[in-house]
Design a protein around this ligand. Sequence first.
Ligand code: HEM
Length: 154
Amino acid sequence: MDPYPTPSETPDIALIRQSFRAVAGDPEALAASFYRHLFAAEPALRGHFAADLAPQQSKLAAMLAAVVAGLHDWAALAPAVAALGRRHAALGVEPAQYAPVGRALLAALDERAGRPLDPATRAAWLRAYARLADAMIAAGKPAEDPVESPVARA
Ligand code: HEM
């Protein structure tokens, strides 16, 4: 059975799902490859994570699968994405750290597929990742200072 039913998918979603399907059979290996690439490129990020990466790998793999499966209905995905963004902000994750994470994700997809993503598929992933990262970063921004609010002043 197709785990990613796609009644109304855009070309980007089709490309993302097609490429993800090719590597999704082993989500733990994808997540392991992702962290290997991330820490090779940005060793300083290793200190953010617990020594045992195994539970983290499973969570990342599950989140990726959920996002890929839910891309056709962003509104349904948005609350979980916002909560994840707030959690990351609370962990001290900076907006600038999202870019190397995106590069590591693409490198892991290339590695697990055994060849680089084709340019159209790469562009589709970059757009989807930017949307995800932007939503997480926006949700993690501190709320307006209530003292500045006319409602709070009234
Ligand atoms: C779109 C980008 C990202 C996604 C989809 C993502 C996904 C996740 C998920 C699903 C978790 C587990 C949450 C939980 O425990 O409930 C997590 C935890 C975490 N993420 Fe991310 N993440 C992203 C970006 C980043 C970035 C840029 C950093 C920067 C260092 C980061 C660092 C962490 C850390 C430190 C944890 C907690 C690890 C722990 O508890 O040991 N993440 N992330």
